[in-house]
Design a protein around this ligand. Structure first.
Ligand SMILES: Nc1ncnc2c1ncn2[C@@H]1O[C@H](COP(=O)(O)OP(=O)(O)OP(=O)(O)O)[C@@H](O)[C@H]1O
Ligand SMILES: [Mg+2]
Length: 515
């Protein structure tokens, strides 16, 4: 049988790196095929080539047995390929329908957009794949899981039968991942071919039929998913055994580093996004905040960082009232910050790494001397971060845009931890980081914790939240609704608190387990 996709000898070079080095990939029709590899291994580059976003330097591509030459995604879409990017690309202020038809609007005579026909087609596509969305919903009102569904429908709407999903589960809670997987299996049953990228190896093993491992730009092997374990995969990916994250003793002290009292943040519509939240984080402690995106976590951390005005409450940092202090002052007073969205908040994508390493710290040593930027000092610090945090790059002079997603994240973590903060506000610190590097980041946070760092951790990775936190609070509809002992919960139970299911059970006297 002809394969859905055959890539032969694909090579792609960037200045100083060979991102894809003679890569071969064969994806059979109707299979779910995962691509695994470390950060910077070349996964996204290969998919962007397949989707016509960038040209390969060498190699051939065949779709359903035919040689193709794509010069843009439009060509790839024409050939039946659709791609769901790691970062959502939806226009928040538009409706689901507008987003889905954007760029492929069916027109009536005279060039007017035929919204009626489009809505009808959208419903049909949704129904035939069991993906329900309401065409009239504004995208900004949707939960992440629903946005993910819209992205997939958008691709199906254009008639794609080959789907590429680049790290689709990073922002989802277990319950949403299960739903996504149900949808993918349904698509597969309907004849679709799916390529799937994910750093969570258990998920890869669960959803895929076959797995291709890429290491430093080269294809290592393709294996049947039911013949390997997560440990096997990890070993294939890094070429050696993984460091195992060590279990650690509590280092919580009596000293309160961060105190949040009665904080309320009101959104544009006048509703409380954060509703009377109080919490304390001690030096040497990691406090985890669990919650599905959109339940106020973002607004809470923005209020702590100083980028979101509060309507009530106060915030103390090491005994100092910083409620109305500037962002700059808070950073200088010892708040380190890993933002939710690394690309828009954490980096200047077109600036070199050494400038990015100074971002937020540029008025301090080693980045400045008096009023002047200290280039040599900045570069030296950046080299240090590159080494300590294993940021894979040909040099510290490339732009942040040229780093792979996981390496961008490692640069941010390195920048913040190297500045030795007192309070570390970390939103999804290891999102998109490969399993090996994740274990290292966890060790870095634990080491800093032993030295008195107070961490406020927000993460959609429930294993991380449970593994790293000393305490976990659950945020739901703007409020803290439960405090849990990580030693006594499973990701599933935690997930059911996050969706509110456990709370309903609690209210009706049920145990709340495995909802
Ligand atoms: N536009 C670019 N300019 C220069 N180098 C690039 C560019 N895009 C990617 N690279 C480099 O190509 C290599 C592969 O990057 P790619 O994004 O494909 O990795 P990845 O496997 O998707 O990693 P991750 O898991 O971190 O997303 C990296 O070394 C990266 O720095
Ligand atoms: Mg990538």
């Amino acid at each position: 049988m002809t394969a859905a996709i055959e890539l032969e000898g694909i090579t792609k070079r960037f200045p100083g790196v060979v991102a894809n080095d003679n890569v071969n990939l064969r994806v059979e029709r109707g299979e779910i095929h995962a691509i695994c590899g470390e950060n910077g291994a070349g996964k996204s580059t290969l998919m962007k080539i397949l989707y016509g976003m960038q040209p390969a330097d060498e190699g051939t591509m065949k779709i359903n047995g035919e040689v193709v030459h794509f010069s843009s995604p439009t060509d790839a879409i024409e050939a039946g390929i659709g791609m769901v990017h790691q970062h959502f690309m939806l226009a928040e202020q538009m409706t689901v329908l507008e987003n889905v038809i954007l760029g492929s609007e069916p027109t009536k005579r005279g060039g007017l957009i035929d919204f009626g026909a489009a809505a009808q087609h959208l419903r049909e596509v949704g129904e035939s794949y069991g993906l329900t969305v309401n065409p009239d919903d504004l995208v900004e009102t949707l939960e992440v899981g629903e946005k993910q569904r819209v992205e997939i429908i958008k691709v199906l709407f254009r008639g794609a039968d080959i789907l590429i999903l680049d790290e689709p589960t990073a922002v989802l809670v277990p319950q949403e991942v299960e739903e996504l997987f149900r949808n993918l299996r349904e698509l597969q049953a309907g004849g679709a071919t799916i390529i799937f990228i994910d750093h969570k190896l258990q998920e890869v093993l669960e959803i895929s039929d076959r797995i291709t491992v890429i290491r430093r730009g080269k294809t290592i092997t393709t294996v049947d998913a039911d013949t390997v374990t997560a440990a096997d995969l990890a070993e294939l990916m890094v070429g050696s055994e993984l460091p195992s994250p060590e279990t650690s003793e509590s280092t919580v002290t009596d000293e309160i580093a961060l105190e949040v009292r009665g904080v309320t943040v009101v959104d544009e519509d006048g509703r409380p996004a954060v509703d009377d939240v109080s919490l304390t984080v001690h030096r040497g402690e990691v406090l985890g905040i669990a919650g599905i995106e959109g339940n106020g976590q973002t607004e809470l951390i923005d209020a702590i960082i100083g980028t979101e005005p509060m309507t009530a409450g106060h915030i103390m940092l090491m005994g100092e009232n910083i409620t109305s202090a500037s962002v700059r002052h808070r950073r200088d007073a010892g708040i380190g910050f890993v933002p939710q969205d690394r690309q828009s908040e954490g980096l200047l994508l077109d600036a070199p790494l050494w400038e990015n390493a100074a971002l937020g710290h540029q008025t301090r040593r080693p980045f400045s001397k008096g009023w002047w930027i200290d280039r040599a000092g900045s570069r030296e610090r950046t080299e240090h971060i590159r080494g300590e945090f294993d940021v894979r790059t040909p040099s510290v002079d490339v732009t942040a845009r040229a780093l792979s997603g996981g390496n961008q994240q490692k640069l941010i973590i390195g920048r913040e931890l190297t500045a030795e903060p007192i309070v570390f506000v970390a939103a999804h610190p290891t999102r998109g980081i490969d399993v090996g590097a994740q274990a290292e980041v966890w060790n870095d946070i634990r080491e800093a914790r032993a030295n008195g760092l107070a961490t406020l951790l927000i993460s959609a990775d429930l294993d991380e939240l449970i593994g790293l936190s000393d305490r976990i609070v659950v945020m739901f509809h703007g409020r803290l609704v439960a405090e849990l002992d990580p030693a006594e919960i499973t990701p599933r139970t935690l997930g059911s608190y996050m969706t509110g299911a456990a709370l309903e059970h609690a209210a009706t006297g049920d145990s709340g387990d495995d909802a």
